[in-house]
Design a protein around this ligand. Sequence first.
Ligand SMILES: [Zn+2]
Length: 72
Amino acid sequence: MRKDLKRFGAIRVVMSAPATVEKMMDILACPKCKGDVKLNKKENKIVCHSCRLKFAVEEGIPNMLLEDAKNL
Ligand SMILES: [Zn+2]
């Protein structure tokens, strides 16, 4: 159950906006390694330290697409 939530978390969160990015953090996972991601509040980015990738947050909605991710 918990695993399913994590897998589909990004889609569910977008559908149930508005929610703050901070509240989304425990259901968001890196699309590459499926690991936990961290919020960088200063840059308003979501970061995966394992993959050294960062994901943009656009209008409060994290863009977790691997093709749009930037290198750290
Ligand atoms: Zn990763």
